[in-house]
Design a protein around this ligand. Structure first.
Ligand code: HOZ
Length: 432
Protein backbone atom coordinates (compact mmCIF):
# COMPACT_ATOMS: atom_id res chain seq x y z
CA UNK A 1 0.00 0.00 0.00
CA UNK A 2 1.43 3.39 -0.94
CA UNK A 3 1.73 5.78 1.97
CA UNK A 4 4.24 8.34 0.70
CA UNK A 5 3.49 11.06 3.23
CA UNK A 6 3.69 8.66 6.21
CA UNK A 7 6.91 7.22 4.77
CA UNK A 8 8.39 10.69 4.47
CA UNK A 9 7.35 11.74 7.97
CA UNK A 10 8.62 8.48 9.48
CA UNK A 11 12.00 9.01 7.83
CA UNK A 12 12.14 12.53 9.23
CA UNK A 13 10.93 11.35 12.64
CA UNK A 14 13.62 8.68 12.87
CA UNK A 15 16.27 11.36 12.46
CA UNK A 16 15.03 13.30 15.49
CA UNK A 17 13.03 10.91 17.73
CA UNK A 18 14.29 7.48 18.91
CA UNK A 19 12.73 4.94 16.55
CA UNK A 20 10.65 7.76 15.10
CA UNK A 21 8.01 7.43 17.84
CA UNK A 22 7.25 8.70 21.32
CA UNK A 23 5.91 5.34 22.52
CA UNK A 24 7.35 2.05 21.24
CA UNK A 25 4.35 0.06 19.97
CA UNK A 26 3.53 2.85 17.53
CA UNK A 27 6.68 2.05 15.53
CA UNK A 28 5.11 -1.13 14.01
CA UNK A 29 8.30 -2.94 15.10
CA UNK A 30 6.66 -6.32 15.67
CA UNK A 31 4.44 -6.20 12.57
CA UNK A 32 6.78 -4.44 10.14
CA UNK A 33 6.04 -1.61 7.75
CA UNK A 34 5.55 2.10 8.17
CA UNK A 35 3.38 3.43 10.96
CA UNK A 36 0.55 5.59 9.70
CA UNK A 37 0.83 9.21 10.73
CA UNK A 38 -2.68 10.21 11.67
CA UNK A 39 -4.12 13.58 10.86
CA UNK A 40 -7.68 13.55 12.17
CA UNK A 41 -10.32 11.48 13.87
CA UNK A 42 -14.08 11.59 13.93
CA UNK A 43 -16.27 9.12 15.79
CA UNK A 44 -14.83 5.66 15.14
CA UNK A 45 -12.77 6.73 12.11
CA UNK A 46 -9.27 8.10 11.71
CA UNK A 47 -7.66 9.59 8.62
CA UNK A 48 -3.95 9.39 7.90
CA UNK A 49 -1.77 12.02 6.26
CA UNK A 50 -2.09 10.21 2.91
CA UNK A 51 -5.85 10.70 3.04
CA UNK A 52 -6.77 7.09 3.85
CA UNK A 53 -9.64 6.51 6.23
CA UNK A 54 -9.76 3.62 8.70
CA UNK A 55 -12.19 2.20 11.23
CA UNK A 56 -10.17 2.76 14.40
CA UNK A 57 -9.95 -0.06 16.95
CA UNK A 58 -7.07 1.56 18.84
CA UNK A 59 -8.99 4.53 20.20
CA UNK A 60 -5.78 6.20 21.38
CA UNK A 61 -5.12 2.94 23.32
CA UNK A 62 -8.26 3.28 25.39
CA UNK A 63 -9.16 6.85 26.34
CA UNK A 64 -11.68 7.44 23.55
CA UNK A 65 -14.63 5.48 24.88
CA UNK A 66 -16.95 7.93 23.11
CA UNK A 67 -14.93 8.14 19.92
CA UNK A 68 -12.80 10.84 18.34
CA UNK A 69 -13.68 14.52 18.56
CA UNK A 70 -16.82 13.97 20.60
CA UNK A 71 -18.78 17.25 20.42
CA UNK A 72 -19.33 17.51 24.19
CA UNK A 73 -15.66 16.92 24.94
CA UNK A 74 -14.52 19.42 22.31
CA UNK A 75 -17.01 21.97 23.60
CA UNK A 76 -15.81 21.56 27.20
CA UNK A 77 -12.19 22.09 26.14
CA UNK A 78 -13.19 25.08 23.99
CA UNK A 79 -15.06 26.61 26.93
CA UNK A 80 -12.06 26.22 29.23
CA UNK A 81 -9.43 27.33 26.72
CA UNK A 82 -9.88 31.13 26.67
CA UNK A 83 -9.39 31.24 30.45
CA UNK A 84 -5.84 29.91 30.17
CA UNK A 85 -4.05 26.61 29.88
CA UNK A 86 -2.44 26.09 33.28
CA UNK A 87 -2.26 27.76 36.66
CA UNK A 88 -0.42 25.40 38.99
CA UNK A 89 -3.13 26.34 41.48
CA UNK A 90 -6.42 24.72 42.47
CA UNK A 91 -9.25 25.04 39.94
CA UNK A 92 -12.95 24.24 40.19
CA UNK A 93 -12.86 21.58 37.47
CA UNK A 94 -10.56 19.31 39.49
CA UNK A 95 -13.05 19.28 42.37
CA UNK A 96 -15.84 18.46 39.91
CA UNK A 97 -13.85 15.61 38.39
CA UNK A 98 -12.82 14.26 41.82
CA UNK A 99 -16.47 14.18 42.85
CA UNK A 100 -17.41 12.48 39.59
CA UNK A 101 -14.76 9.78 40.09
CA UNK A 102 -15.66 9.07 43.71
CA UNK A 103 -19.36 8.99 42.84
CA UNK A 104 -18.65 6.27 40.29
CA UNK A 105 -16.29 4.27 42.51
CA UNK A 106 -17.62 4.52 46.06
CA UNK A 107 -14.96 2.07 47.27
CA UNK A 108 -12.57 5.03 47.00
CA UNK A 109 -12.84 7.96 49.40
CA UNK A 110 -10.19 10.39 48.18
CA UNK A 111 -8.56 10.83 44.79
CA UNK A 112 -5.43 12.64 43.60
CA UNK A 113 -4.94 13.62 39.92
CA UNK A 114 -1.65 13.23 38.11
CA UNK A 115 -0.75 13.34 34.42
CA UNK A 116 -0.48 9.72 33.28
CA UNK A 117 -1.20 6.15 34.26
CA UNK A 118 2.50 5.65 34.96
CA UNK A 119 2.47 8.46 37.50
CA UNK A 120 -0.66 7.03 39.09
CA UNK A 121 0.73 3.54 39.64
CA UNK A 122 4.16 4.81 40.70
CA UNK A 123 2.53 7.09 43.28
CA UNK A 124 0.16 4.42 44.56
CA UNK A 125 3.07 2.06 45.13
CA UNK A 126 5.02 4.71 47.01
CA UNK A 127 1.95 5.33 49.14
CA UNK A 128 1.57 1.61 49.87
CA UNK A 129 5.22 1.40 50.88
CA UNK A 130 4.95 4.50 53.03
CA UNK A 131 1.83 3.19 54.76
CA UNK A 132 3.11 -0.31 55.44
CA UNK A 133 6.77 0.46 56.08
CA UNK A 134 7.59 -2.47 53.77
CA UNK A 135 9.61 -2.47 50.54
CA UNK A 136 8.53 -5.46 48.45
CA UNK A 137 6.03 -5.20 45.63
CA UNK A 138 4.28 -8.02 43.83
CA UNK A 139 3.13 -7.71 40.24
CA UNK A 140 1.86 -10.33 37.82
CA UNK A 141 3.76 -11.61 34.81
CA UNK A 142 2.61 -9.85 31.63
CA UNK A 143 0.70 -7.16 33.51
CA UNK A 144 1.80 -3.66 32.59
CA UNK A 145 1.45 -0.67 34.87
CA UNK A 146 3.43 2.00 33.05
CA UNK A 147 7.15 2.52 32.86
CA UNK A 148 8.29 3.29 36.41
CA UNK A 149 11.45 1.36 37.34
CA UNK A 150 9.85 -1.02 39.81
CA UNK A 151 7.19 -2.01 37.27
CA UNK A 152 9.37 -2.86 34.28
CA UNK A 153 9.90 -6.40 35.46
CA UNK A 154 8.14 -9.13 33.45
CA UNK A 155 6.03 -6.35 31.98
CA UNK A 156 3.52 -6.46 29.13
CA UNK A 157 2.53 -3.92 26.46
CA UNK A 158 5.38 -2.29 24.53
CA UNK A 159 7.96 -3.88 26.83
CA UNK A 160 6.73 -7.32 25.80
CA UNK A 161 6.13 -6.33 22.16
CA UNK A 162 9.71 -5.13 21.79
CA UNK A 163 11.10 -8.19 23.57
CA UNK A 164 12.35 -6.49 26.74
CA UNK A 165 9.79 -7.35 29.41
CA UNK A 166 12.41 -6.53 32.03
CA UNK A 167 13.96 -3.25 30.95
CA UNK A 168 17.62 -2.31 30.92
CA UNK A 169 18.37 0.64 33.15
CA UNK A 170 16.40 -0.61 36.14
CA UNK A 171 18.80 -0.80 39.12
CA UNK A 172 19.29 -4.37 40.35
CA UNK A 173 18.17 -3.34 43.82
CA UNK A 174 14.92 -1.92 42.48
CA UNK A 175 14.19 -4.99 40.37
CA UNK A 176 14.97 -7.19 43.37
CA UNK A 177 12.19 -5.46 45.30
CA UNK A 178 9.65 -6.48 42.64
CA UNK A 179 8.40 -10.05 42.94
CA UNK A 180 6.49 -11.65 40.10
CA UNK A 181 3.49 -13.96 40.45
CA UNK A 182 1.55 -15.72 37.69
CA UNK A 183 -1.73 -14.17 36.59
CA UNK A 184 -4.76 -16.34 37.37
CA UNK A 185 -2.63 -18.45 39.71
CA UNK A 186 -3.33 -17.51 43.35
CA UNK A 187 -1.00 -20.27 44.57
CA UNK A 188 1.94 -18.42 43.02
CA UNK A 189 1.00 -15.33 45.02
CA UNK A 190 0.54 -17.31 48.20
CA UNK A 191 4.00 -18.79 47.76
CA UNK A 192 5.49 -15.28 47.61
CA UNK A 193 3.70 -14.25 50.79
CA UNK A 194 4.96 -17.42 52.50
CA UNK A 195 8.52 -16.78 51.33
CA UNK A 196 8.51 -13.11 52.42
CA UNK A 197 6.48 -12.86 55.62
CA UNK A 198 5.57 -9.30 56.71
CA UNK A 199 7.69 -7.82 53.92
CA UNK A 200 5.29 -7.29 50.99
CA UNK A 201 3.90 -3.75 50.84
CA UNK A 202 1.52 -4.15 47.93
CA UNK A 203 0.15 -6.36 45.20
CA UNK A 204 -0.72 -4.50 42.00
CA UNK A 205 -2.74 -6.08 39.22
CA UNK A 206 -4.81 -5.44 36.15
CA UNK A 207 -8.31 -6.69 37.02
CA UNK A 208 -8.63 -7.70 33.37
CA UNK A 209 -5.18 -8.04 31.86
CA UNK A 210 -5.02 -5.96 28.71
CA UNK A 211 -1.31 -5.64 28.09
CA UNK A 212 -0.44 -9.23 27.16
CA UNK A 213 -3.52 -9.09 25.02
CA UNK A 214 -6.82 -9.38 26.85
CA UNK A 215 -6.78 -12.08 29.53
CA UNK A 216 -9.87 -12.18 31.75
CA UNK A 217 -9.53 -12.99 35.43
CA UNK A 218 -10.35 -16.63 36.13
CA UNK A 219 -13.25 -17.34 38.48
CA UNK A 220 -12.13 -16.62 42.04
CA UNK A 221 -8.77 -15.08 41.12
CA UNK A 222 -9.53 -11.48 42.09
CA UNK A 223 -11.20 -12.64 45.30
CA UNK A 224 -8.15 -14.76 46.16
CA UNK A 225 -5.84 -11.76 45.68
CA UNK A 226 -8.08 -9.75 48.00
CA UNK A 227 -8.10 -12.47 50.66
CA UNK A 228 -4.33 -13.00 50.52
CA UNK A 229 -3.45 -9.30 50.64
CA UNK A 230 -5.79 -8.84 53.59
CA UNK A 231 -4.41 -11.84 55.44
CA UNK A 232 -0.83 -10.63 55.00
CA UNK A 233 -1.39 -6.91 55.62
CA UNK A 234 -0.46 -5.87 52.07
CA UNK A 235 -2.17 -3.13 50.07
CA UNK A 236 -4.22 -4.32 47.08
CA UNK A 237 -3.81 -1.90 44.17
CA UNK A 238 -6.27 -2.43 41.34
CA UNK A 239 -4.84 -0.83 38.21
CA UNK A 240 -7.82 0.45 36.25
CA UNK A 241 -5.84 2.59 33.81
CA UNK A 242 -7.27 0.50 30.97
CA UNK A 243 -10.50 -0.77 32.49
CA UNK A 244 -11.62 2.25 34.53
CA UNK A 245 -14.94 3.75 33.36
CA UNK A 246 -14.72 1.33 30.39
CA UNK A 247 -15.92 -2.01 31.73
CA UNK A 248 -18.75 -0.41 33.71
CA UNK A 249 -19.65 3.02 35.06
CA UNK A 250 -17.47 2.21 38.08
CA UNK A 251 -14.95 0.21 36.04
CA UNK A 252 -13.76 -3.28 36.93
CA UNK A 253 -14.25 -2.50 40.62
CA UNK A 254 -17.99 -2.35 39.94
CA UNK A 255 -18.10 -5.08 37.31
CA UNK A 256 -16.38 -7.64 39.53
CA UNK A 257 -17.59 -6.30 42.90
CA UNK A 258 -14.07 -5.59 44.17
CA UNK A 259 -13.08 -3.96 47.43
CA UNK A 260 -9.55 -2.68 46.78
CA UNK A 261 -7.40 -0.51 49.02
CA UNK A 262 -6.15 1.68 46.19
CA UNK A 263 -7.21 2.13 42.57
CA UNK A 264 -5.28 3.75 39.72
CA UNK A 265 -6.82 5.32 36.64
CA UNK A 266 -5.77 6.88 33.35
CA UNK A 267 -7.09 6.95 29.78
CA UNK A 268 -10.92 7.43 29.93
CA UNK A 269 -10.68 9.66 33.02
CA UNK A 270 -8.84 12.22 30.88
CA UNK A 271 -11.15 12.01 27.88
CA UNK A 272 -8.13 11.99 25.53
CA UNK A 273 -6.04 14.54 27.40
CA UNK A 274 -3.17 13.54 29.72
CA UNK A 275 -4.69 12.56 33.07
CA UNK A 276 -3.96 9.83 35.58
CA UNK A 277 -5.39 9.44 39.05
CA UNK A 278 -5.11 7.30 42.14
CA UNK A 279 -7.57 6.97 44.94
CA UNK A 280 -8.64 4.76 47.77
CA UNK A 281 -9.26 4.40 51.45
CA UNK A 282 -9.17 7.67 53.35
CA UNK A 283 -6.69 6.41 55.96
CA UNK A 284 -4.25 5.56 53.17
CA UNK A 285 -4.82 8.61 51.01
CA UNK A 286 -4.38 10.93 53.98
CA UNK A 287 -0.74 9.86 54.13
CA UNK A 288 -0.07 11.80 50.92
CA UNK A 289 1.59 15.19 51.13
CA UNK A 290 0.53 17.79 52.30
CA UNK A 291 -1.48 15.76 54.85
CA UNK A 292 1.13 13.07 55.38
CA UNK A 293 4.74 12.11 54.77
CA UNK A 294 4.42 10.42 51.34
CA UNK A 295 5.50 12.98 48.76
CA UNK A 296 3.97 13.40 45.31
CA UNK A 297 3.47 16.57 43.26
CA UNK A 298 3.07 17.90 39.70
CA UNK A 299 3.04 21.29 37.98
CA UNK A 300 0.40 20.23 35.46
CA UNK A 301 -1.62 17.98 37.80
CA UNK A 302 -5.29 18.97 37.79
CA UNK A 303 -4.74 20.90 34.58
CA UNK A 304 -7.96 22.77 33.72
CA UNK A 305 -8.19 21.63 30.09
CA UNK A 306 -7.52 18.01 30.99
CA UNK A 307 -10.03 18.11 33.85
CA UNK A 308 -12.63 19.61 31.52
CA UNK A 309 -12.13 16.84 28.96
CA UNK A 310 -12.33 14.10 31.60
CA UNK A 311 -15.41 15.55 33.22
CA UNK A 312 -17.17 16.05 29.89
CA UNK A 313 -16.44 12.44 28.99
CA UNK A 314 -17.83 11.01 32.23
CA UNK A 315 -20.89 13.25 32.02
CA UNK A 316 -21.51 12.39 28.36
CA UNK A 317 -21.33 8.69 29.23
CA UNK A 318 -24.04 9.23 31.85
CA UNK A 319 -26.11 11.40 29.52
CA UNK A 320 -26.16 8.73 26.82
CA UNK A 321 -27.65 6.32 29.35
CA UNK A 322 -26.89 3.06 27.54
CA UNK A 323 -23.14 3.19 26.87
CA UNK A 324 -22.14 0.01 28.71
CA UNK A 325 -25.04 -2.07 27.40
CA UNK A 326 -24.29 -0.95 23.85
CA UNK A 327 -20.57 -1.66 24.22
CA UNK A 328 -21.31 -5.13 25.58
CA UNK A 329 -23.71 -5.95 22.73
CA UNK A 330 -21.39 -4.62 20.03
CA UNK A 331 -18.39 -6.30 21.62
CA UNK A 332 -20.25 -9.60 21.54
CA UNK A 333 -21.24 -9.05 17.91
CA UNK A 334 -17.67 -8.22 16.91
CA UNK A 335 -16.31 -11.24 18.74
CA UNK A 336 -18.71 -13.63 17.03
CA UNK A 337 -18.20 -11.97 13.64
CA UNK A 338 -14.43 -12.35 13.94
CA UNK A 339 -14.72 -15.94 15.16
CA UNK A 340 -16.93 -16.84 12.19
CA UNK A 341 -14.58 -15.10 9.77
CA UNK A 342 -11.59 -17.01 11.15
CA UNK A 343 -13.44 -20.32 11.03
CA UNK A 344 -14.55 -19.57 7.46
CA UNK A 345 -10.93 -19.15 6.45
CA UNK A 346 -9.84 -22.19 8.43
CA UNK A 347 -7.54 -20.17 10.70
CA UNK A 348 -7.20 -21.17 14.35
CA UNK A 349 -7.74 -18.26 16.70
CA UNK A 350 -8.76 -17.81 20.26
CA UNK A 351 -10.59 -14.56 20.99
CA UNK A 352 -10.58 -13.12 24.49
CA UNK A 353 -13.04 -10.34 25.20
CA UNK A 354 -14.31 -8.51 28.24
CA UNK A 355 -16.88 -5.84 27.35
CA UNK A 356 -15.29 -3.48 24.85
CA UNK A 357 -11.74 -4.90 25.13
CA UNK A 358 -10.79 -7.72 22.78
CA UNK A 359 -7.73 -9.60 21.50
CA UNK A 360 -7.45 -12.14 18.68
CA UNK A 361 -4.74 -14.68 19.57
CA UNK A 362 -3.46 -16.84 16.73
CA UNK A 363 -3.51 -20.10 18.62
CA UNK A 364 -5.78 -23.11 18.98
CA UNK A 365 -5.58 -23.02 22.79
CA UNK A 366 -7.36 -20.88 25.36
CA UNK A 367 -5.24 -17.99 26.61
CA UNK A 368 -5.35 -17.72 30.40
CA UNK A 369 -1.98 -16.18 31.15
CA UNK A 370 1.44 -15.05 30.02
CA UNK A 371 2.72 -18.42 28.78
CA UNK A 372 -0.37 -18.94 26.60
CA UNK A 373 -0.29 -15.37 25.27
CA UNK A 374 3.38 -15.47 24.33
CA UNK A 375 2.96 -18.89 22.69
CA UNK A 376 0.52 -17.49 20.11
CA UNK A 377 1.77 -17.00 16.54
CA UNK A 378 3.16 -13.46 16.11
CA UNK A 379 3.93 -13.85 12.39
CA UNK A 380 0.32 -14.79 11.62
CA UNK A 381 -0.88 -11.85 13.68
CA UNK A 382 1.41 -9.51 11.70
CA UNK A 383 0.01 -10.78 8.40
CA UNK A 384 -3.54 -10.38 9.64
CA UNK A 385 -2.79 -6.89 10.96
CA UNK A 386 -1.55 -5.76 7.55
CA UNK A 387 -4.51 -7.42 5.86
CA UNK A 388 -6.77 -5.31 8.04
CA UNK A 389 -4.82 -2.13 7.48
CA UNK A 390 -4.94 -2.55 3.69
CA UNK A 391 -8.70 -3.00 3.96
CA UNK A 392 -9.24 0.13 6.05
CA UNK A 393 -9.11 -1.13 9.65
CA UNK A 394 -6.66 0.37 12.14
CA UNK A 395 -5.97 -2.39 14.70
CA UNK A 396 -3.33 -2.25 17.51
CA UNK A 397 0.07 -3.03 16.00
CA UNK A 398 0.95 -5.76 18.49
CA UNK A 399 -0.40 -9.18 19.45
CA UNK A 400 -0.05 -8.09 23.08
CA UNK A 401 -2.49 -5.20 23.09
CA UNK A 402 -6.24 -4.91 23.42
CA UNK A 403 -8.44 -3.61 20.61
CA UNK A 404 -10.87 -1.05 22.01
CA UNK A 405 -14.45 -0.60 20.89
CA UNK A 406 -16.13 2.71 21.52
CA UNK A 407 -19.68 3.96 21.66
CA UNK A 408 -19.19 5.47 18.20
CA UNK A 409 -18.62 2.07 16.54
CA UNK A 410 -21.98 1.60 14.88
CA UNK A 411 -23.21 -1.56 13.09
CA UNK A 412 -21.88 -0.40 9.70
CA UNK A 413 -18.38 0.12 11.03
CA UNK A 414 -18.44 -3.28 12.74
CA UNK A 415 -19.64 -4.97 9.57
CA UNK A 416 -16.75 -3.32 7.74
CA UNK A 417 -14.31 -4.64 10.35
CA UNK A 418 -15.66 -8.19 10.08
CA UNK A 419 -15.54 -8.07 6.28
CA UNK A 420 -11.97 -6.78 6.33
CA UNK A 421 -11.06 -9.42 8.92
CA UNK A 422 -12.46 -12.18 6.71
CA UNK A 423 -10.18 -11.02 3.89
CA UNK A 424 -7.22 -10.74 6.25
CA UNK A 425 -7.84 -14.25 7.64
CA UNK A 426 -7.91 -15.52 4.05
CA UNK A 427 -4.49 -13.87 3.53
CA UNK A 428 -3.20 -15.69 6.63
CA UNK A 429 -4.58 -19.02 5.42
CA UNK A 430 -3.05 -18.54 1.99
CA UNK A 431 0.36 -17.77 3.44
CA UNK A 432 0.14 -21.02 5.44
N1 HOZ B 1 1.40 1.26 26.23
C1 HOZ B 1 0.26 1.66 25.50
C2 HOZ B 1 -0.71 0.56 25.28
N2 HOZ B 1 -0.85 -0.37 26.31
C3 HOZ B 1 0.64 2.25 24.18
C4 HOZ B 1 0.76 3.69 24.30
C5 HOZ B 1 0.99 4.43 22.98
O1 HOZ B 1 1.74 3.99 22.14
O2 HOZ B 1 0.41 5.47 22.86
Amino acid sequence: MDTPRSDELFARARRVIPGGVNSPVRAFGSVGGTPRFLRAGEGCYVTDVDGRRYVDLVGSWGPLLLGHAHPRVLAAIARALPDGTSFGAPVEAEVDLAEAVLDRVPATELVRFVNSGTEATMSAIRLARGATGRDLLVKFEGNYHGHADSLLVAAGSGALTTGVPSSAGVPAGTAADTLVARYNDPASLEALFDAHPDAIAAVILEPVAGNMGVVPPAAGFLEAVRALTRRHGAVMIVDEVMTGFRLARGGAVERFGLDPDLVTWGKVVGGGLPVGAYGGRRDLMERISPLGPVYQAGTLSGNPLAMAAGLATLRAIDAAGDVYEVLEARGRALESGLAEAAAGAGVDVHINRVGSMLTVFFTDRPVAGYADATAADGARFARWFHGLLERGVYWPASPFEAAFLGYAHGPDALDAVVEAAAGAFADVAEAG
